[in-house]
Design a protein. Sequence first.
Length: 332
Amino acid sequence: MSQLQRVKISALGTYVPPRLLTNADLEKMVETTNEWIMERVGIRERHLVDKGVGASDLAVAAVKNLLESHPFDLQEVDLIVVGTVTPDMMYPSTACLVQHKLGIKNTWGFDVSAGCSGFLYALNTGVKFVESGQYRKVLVIGSDVNSSMTDFTDRAVCIIFGDGAGAVLLEPAEDQDGGVIDHVAQIEGMGGQYLYMPGGGSLNPATHETVDQKMHYIHQDGKNVFKYAVKKMSEMTERILAKNNLTGKDVDCFISHQANRRIITATADRLGMPLEKVIINIERYGNTTAGTIPIAMQTALEEGRLKKGDLLLIAAVGAGFTSGATLLRWAY
Ligand code: UT7
């Protein structure tokens, strides 16, 4: 096999809609308290879209934000991969909508459905196309409008989720020491029963009945998802580190999916990683599904906790169940 091209993330952009839903707002909507949410989950506020805004709009805004810090000709984009479970509609794909809205003429693209692992799966897919030498510029986007499928009377669900998006640009790495090193991933479909949206697909197409039965909302067995997430997040991070003869001590920055502060700290604990190396921004954004990892990357950069040359470990667990981890050296 010919030598694979090393791939780097060369730019990042994010977007969250301006409207805030705070714990104080939620206290007026369901039986909950700021103290319970902060203690059990670690969220203070989340951003929600206004009516008429879809996942493709957040994705486009994230790409425009990326262009501000890293201007380049979008016509050079060879491929757009979008991780989302809240596409604007069943079809066309969000990638097609994003391509059209950005006016990119000669490109290819598709969506990846992997729940909260959506960005990670899209990233690993995009990497393969640059690694093989087939493409030179790939846009990888994670975008979710969770408020579109949230039952705002279900207190165990509506407190967790927010809306948001992030985008990265993948390019060949000139510096052989930088870029993506490895990834691991696994799906376990037995988890489908614990986190799913039953309505609106081919099995239960929309009817008055499906709406009355709240089938177009997130159905979550929080306890089982929590237990699996803690176990699997540790397993995937330990697996990728061992595969590369590394330990938690070698990692400079750890970014995991942001679903519950306690899941993140439990994983860091098992890896023996001090909290200074762990990026947690769930307090400000909640769980934005495919948006969390790039938004947390932005937080890490803004806080000066992710720098060129740093060994970055990324991990996610999501609906499916899906899980994965990626190891890379930050390249800019
Ligand atoms: O990205 C993947 C997506 N999802 C996740 O990763 C979610 C993982 N799960 C979790 O984060 C947690 O399981 C939840 C935050 C969903 C729930 O927290 P918990 O500590 O596991 O609570 P629980 O389900 O064990 O419920 C304990 C109690 C229950 O009351 P009773 O039956 O003991 O009287 C719940 O009804 O807490 C109650 N409860 C609440 N109380 C106040 C559930 N939600 C709330 C709430 N405010 N918002």
